[in-house]
Design a protein around this ligand. Structure first.
Ligand code: SF4
Length: 342
């Protein structure tokens, strides 16, 4: 068994999807997440085993609504979806879902279909992307079709567009996920064959009536490429871990906490919406300035804890040369606060 599989234990590896890759690139400095994801560890099970389960992911209601919306769009060979996309008469190919043993075959079918000149809606394609030295399969719930000689990615989302406006954070999240698919398709077919404009199909105005909007993901694509290339080599990181480190969820919680402690984390408040380990990492990072967010981390470089920041602000501690700038900032903030309160 290789070291990566050893780290995970006998459980089957969790598969990546566009959401996990988008989230992974959202916190590229976190070695813990990189290692857990590269090893395919079930982070939901791990977080629960160490006593910090989170209510991560979409609610059951949102999932059911999303599934119903998607099924409605795809019924009868995507009849409704075709009318929203206005793609005219094109074929429909469903590459279907299958198990781990046939992923490579489905990827080959996807490649064959997408490289052909066929103009079709393609359902359940299987793409690959290299993430931190690991090739991961992506099972996009997307349909790509030929439009003016280029493939376009279509993302079906269950959040609503109300009076032409949608939740900006949700649109941004959907755009990063769609960019993951665009990048995977471009690596497969070449940049010219895949459009940087993706189509989001969402319910309109609290009904299930679909509405399509075009989103340009060029900015997300360049961020994604930059961050993927920056991701530290996980293989090297994993090889450097002590042999006793394991995330096999059959181990005791104490052993798992010890293993987690041996891989450095970089908790930021955004983790709460992007990583299954967030409640554990927040607890672990309590009292640190980094846990208050990136802007605080950057402003208070060299000041590791909230207690230390308070001492520097009130002048009860002497700053080191590295902390001088942050200390001046803290003293000014403390003085302004005093003035505002008095
Ligand atoms: S929650 Fe923890 S493991 Fe996940 S990205 Fe944040 S710091 Fe890293």
């Amino acid at each position: 068994m290789n070291r990566i599989a050893q780290l995970r234990g006998p459980e089957p590896a969790k598969r990546h999807n566009a959401r996990t890759i988008a989230a992974l690139t959202g916190n590229p400095g976190c070695s813990r997440r990189s290692v857990l994801d590269a090893a395919g560890v079930d982070k939901v099970a791990l977080a629960a085993r160490v006593g910090f389960p989170g209510s991560f992911g979409q609610s059951r209601f949102a999932l059911a609504r999303g599934n119903a919306f998607e099924a409605m769009l795809k019924a009868d060979d995507c009849e409704l979806l075709r009318s929203v996309l206005d793609v005219g008469v094109v074929g429909y190919q469903d590459l279907g879902a299958d198990d781990d043993a046939t992923l490579t075959a489905r990827h080959a079918r996807t490649r064959e279909l997408l490289t052909s000149a066929t103009s079709a809606l393609v359902d359940h394609p299987l793409l690959t992307l290299s993430v931190a030295g690991q090739t991961v399969f992506l099972e996009p719930d997307l349909i790509a079709f030929q439009s003016e000689g280029r493939l376009r990615v279509v993302e079906i989302k269950s959040f609503a567009i109300v009076d032409g406006q949608a939740d900006a954070a949700k649109v941004a999240g959907a755009a990063v996920q769609a960019a993951v698919y665009v990048l995977a398709l471009r690596r497969l077919l070449g940049d010219d064959r895949v459009s940087h404009e993706v189509i989001l199909v969402c319910p309109s105005n609290f009904s299930l009536t679909p509405e399509a909007v075009v989103v340009d993901v060029r900015k997300q694509l360049s961020t994604l490429k930059r961050q993927l290339s920056r991701l530290s080599s996980v293989t090297e990181l994993i090889d450097s871990l002590p042999p006793a480190v394991s995330f096999d969820v059959a181990l005791s919680p104490a052993a798992l906490v010890e293993s987690l402690a041996s891989v450095s984390a970089r908790y930021v408040p955004e983790c709460l919406s992007t990583c299954e380990m967030s409640v554990f990492c927040r607890h672990e990072a309590a009292g640190t300035t980094a846990s208050l967010g990136r802007s605080v981390r950057e402003s208070l470089g060299g000041v590791e804890t909230v207690a230390q920041a308070l001492e520097l602000a009130t002048g009860t501690a002497t700053p080191t040369p590295d902390q001088a700038e942050a200390a001046a900032l803290l003293r000014t903030a403390a003085r302004l606060r005093e003035e505002a309160l008095s």
